[in-house]
Design a binder for this molecule. Structure first.
Ligand SMILES: NC(=O)c1ccc[n+]([C@@H]2O[C@H](COP(=O)([O-])OP(=O)(O)OC[C@H]3O[C@@H](n4cnc5c(N)ncnc54)[C@H](OP(=O)(O)O)[C@@H]3O)[C@@H](O)[C@H]2O)c1
Length: 333
């Protein structure tokens, strides 16, 4: 029933004195540790400490973005661990993203160069278009008119993609990918891509299992990466959705496997063959995340988690409602 499409294997990071970590391989051979630390919403003043601890704990996949406003601090941590001789650059998988105000092809290289400078790196393992929706060229992240309305650009994400392809040609990024795209939008890229997208990052958890999109990515050799694997954190006032961490079914699995609810939710995705991007600010939790191979959910429990799907999307990107390339407004995938 569960046949992860990406080639998954176990590699031993003996040189980093850490435990086993599962790796998936992009179509072009780039190796990706399945457990990544999402640096979104980690406050800048604790980011360097968190990323240092993540590396010390054995996490080798660091997911960044300029919109997270902490890339300088992430870069500082990476530099310190490399300078200390704890790790080599090539043992890390570092990804970042192109923000929506930089979709105009003339800004793409500049945006990457700024990110590399902040991260203190000379290449990225993966560069992701953060969204199919371009915003007006601007130095602010959410440009608005004097009525407070978000200003969109009419740049086609296909043109942005072609500009990203040249970054691969020039050795600045080892692979390129997409985030928050629907299947129809990915298909448009695949039709014309000279460098195919290696991965897709989207919200994914038992309330939004994304089975069709996962199958689509599998068919096109794209690794599926889940952000917000713990789902909505607060009870939504306007729905009957309750946080997954306190859902009776997850709590029951937590007791059965003697793992905390978040470990159950991460393991679910790993067993589906997916990569997990999860925020973590606590070193004990980071160690648990590295140690995700220490248990296995049985078929029946995996099926039960699949059946919790109700297509509930937490991240509706409602700030950009009305954008012609909004990925979720008319999505049938
Ligand atoms: N491509 C994209 O667009 C993209 C990519 C990545 C993330 N994001 C965004 O990232 C943001 C972060 O998501 P989120 O914080 O809601 O969700 P999350 O990444 O699912 O993390 C939820 C919480 O899980 C906790 N946690 C981590 N490891 C744990 C463990 N082993 N045991 C127990 N708890 C553990 C962390 O707690 P602590 O805070 O205490 O460490 C964290 O706050 C979202 O806004 C999402 O939209 C977007």
């Amino acid at each position: 029933m569960y046949a992860p499409c990406a080639k998954t294997c176990l590699l031993d990071y003996r040189d980093a004195k850490t435990k086993l970590a599962r790796i998936v391989t992009f179509y072009n051979g780039v190796k990706v540790p399945v457990m990544g630390i999402a640096t979104a919403e980690i406050e800048p003043h604790i980011t360097t400490r968190c990323v240092r601890e993540a590396i010390e704990s054995g996490l080798r996949h660091i997911d960044c973005a300029p919109i997270f406003c902490n890339q300088e601090e992430v870069g500082q941590a990476i530099k310190e661990k490399i300078d200390e001789g704890f790790i080599k650059r090539e043992q890390l998988y570092v990804s970042s993203k192109l923000w929506n105000t930089r979709h105009n092809p003339k800004w793409v290289r500049r945006a990457l160069e700024e990110t590399l400078k902040q991260l203190k790196l000379d290449y990225l393992d993966n560069y992701v278009m953060h969204s199919p929706m371009g915003f007006r060229d601007s130095l602010v992240n959410y440009p608005r008119n004097n009525r407070g309305e978000l200003l969109f650009s009419d740049v086609d994400y296909v043109d942005t993609w072609h500009a990203m392809e040249s970054l691969v040609d020039d050795g600045l990024v080892r692979s390129i990918g997409l985030a928050n795209f629907n299947a129809e939008q990915i298909a448009r890229i695949l039709e014309v891509a000279r460098v195919a997208p290696a991965n897709l990052q989207v919200e994914c958890h038992p309330y939004l299992t994304q089975k069709n999109l996962m199958d689509f990515c599998c068919k096109h050799n794209m690794v599926f990466m889940c952000y917000q694997p713990t789902g909505p954190t607060r009870k939504k006032a306007d729905t009957r959705i309750i946080p997954l961490k306190s859902h009776p079914k997850i709590v029951c699995l937590s007791k059965k496997y003697d793992k905390n609810p978040v470990e159950i939710l991460m393991r679910y995705q790993v067993q589906r063959g997916n990569v997990v991007l999860i925020k973590a600010t606590n070193k004990d939790q980071m160690k648990q995340n590295v140690n995700i191979e220490s248990f296995q959910l049985c078929r029946k429990d995996m099926k039960m988690l699949d059946l919790m799907n109700c297509n509930f999307r937490n991240n509706l990107i409602s700030s950009a409602t009305g954008h012609p390339h909004h990925p979720f407004e008319n999505d049938c995938s």
